[in-house]
Write a protein that binds this ligand. Structure first.
Ligand SMILES: *Cc1c(COP(=O)(O)O)cnc(C)c1O
Length: 395
């Protein structure tokens, strides 16, 4: 049996393979440089072009670009009308920003546990959390696999709630033959470099509702009723601040990068799927490893690839496996510690809601590298390293 790198053996590869990484080519660079030489750096014609192309891509009527995915969530919480005295139900297994956007608006968070198979919000538990002050649900398409939107839609309609989809993992996913754009009342996206397409920092909110779209545009620009580009075109200095907003604008050169990246999305999604298929086949033969569950009525965008260990079959816990794989130069990660377990959410007593499944699954989860520029040899390195470590620690 090969000696583990952590015990002095040679690592599975000589250089660290990150869990995610952007792809930026010469055409992306040219697109950015062209805008840098133009008259508009911040909100100009490229922002609107990027919004239109993105809306088309994901099947929504409106798209509003903002400075990052967290700003997109904040803007969605604002558009949904969340405020002090309100409460929103948020999935427990997600990045902290999905819950923080509710707190930014001064509303309370009620955490909802997840399905054990997909780790998406468990819709059978949502109703028990609904009270007269509940006004929204924030669901996440965990790892890129859409949440149960037909059930969520029924719950939202029955109780008059706004449905927000944090779709940061799911650009390009489909649900029961439908694209992502119109499943929720508001959907949010991130263009951080580990996501499907990048603008450095950047985000987008999509909706089919024209009133929401207008509120989003006002919110990202200080609560003003028009932006600089619009005033220039209309030949007026006049503006009105109609509500308290923020400066959450994205720049024109970032939007040019986003537009250029978007043209490559389909190819990148295909590559992510093909890497995932290779992993699924390899891990089907390793009893110590549980591969991700894929439901047959939806397609995942495979933002991350999360395995779970059958710890009964192993001599060590997830932390030791993580350290051993890191030593093999496999850039494993963990997504996510359940949000209610974070100190901020624990500070004023136990948070409200439930997250027992999320907390139990967290102990055995590990994220493996998946990104379009990974070669087949990289994929084999990951599979080989997991097999080596699992064999070593087998009971
Ligand atoms: C990345 C991410 C965000 C935040 O996006 P930023 O652009 O980094 O602000 C929010 N929610 C989820 C689920 C994410 O993965």
């Amino acid at each position: 049996m090969a000696r583990l790198a952590i015990e002095g053996g040679s690592p599975a590869r000589s250089q660290l393979l990150p869990y995610g990484r952007q792809t930026v080519d010469e055409s992306d660079i040219d697109a950015v440089v062209q805008v840098l030489r133009s008259d508009w750096l911040t909100t100009g014609p490229k922002v609107a072009e990027f919004e239109a192309a993105f809306a088309e891509q994901i099947g929504a009527r409106f798209a509003v670009a903002v400075s990052n995915g967290t700003a997109a969530l904040h803007a969605a919480a604002y558009a949904a009308g969340l405020g002090p005295g309100d409460s929103a139900i948020v999935t427990a297994m997600t990045f902290v920003a999905s819950a923080n956007c509710v707190r930014y608006q001064g509303a309370d968070v009620q955490f909802c546990d997840v399905r054990r198979d997909t780790l998406n919000i468990d819709t059978t538990l949502v109703e028990s959390l609904i009270s007269p002050v509940t006004s929204a649900i924030v669901a996440v398409d965990f790892t890129g696999q859409p949440a149960d939107f037909d059930e969520l839609r029924m719950l939202a309609d029955a109780h008059g709630l706004i449905l927000i989809e944090d779709a940061a993992h799911a650009v390009g996913a489909t649900y029961r033959g439908r694209p992502l754009g119109a499943l929720a009342d508001l959907a949010t996206f991130s263009f951080h470099p580990v996501k499907h397409i990048t603008t450095g920092e950047g985000g987008m909110v999509t909706t089919n509702n024209p009133e929401f779209a207008a509120r989003l545009r006002t919110f990202r620009n200080h609560g003003l009723s028009s932006d600089h580009h619009q005033r220039e075109s209309a030949g007026t200095w006049e503006y009105q601040m109609v509500d308290l907003g923020y400066n959450y604008r994205i720049t024109d050169f970032q939007s040019a990068l986003g537009l250029s990246q978007l043209t490559k999305l389909e190819g990148w999604l295909a590559r992510r799927r093909s890497i995932a298929r290779k992993y699924q086949a390899a891990f089907a033969g390793m009893p110590e490893v549980e591969a991700p569950t894929e439901l047959s009525d939806r397609t995942s965008a495979w933002h991350i690839y999360v395995i779970r260990f059958n710890l009964d079959l192993l001599r060590v816990g997830r932390a030791d496996i993580y350290k051993a794989l890191r030593a093999e130069n496999i850039g494993v990660n963990v997504h996510y510690r359940p949000v209610p377990c974070q100190p901020y959410y624990q500070r004023s007593g136990p948070p409200r809601g439930h997250w027992a499944v999320a907390a139990a699954e967290y102990e055995r989860m590990l994220t493996l590298p998946i990104f379009p520029a990974m070669s087949d040899a990289d994929v084999d390195d990951v599979i080989g390293a997991v097999a080596k470590v699992v064999q070593h620690y087998r009971r």
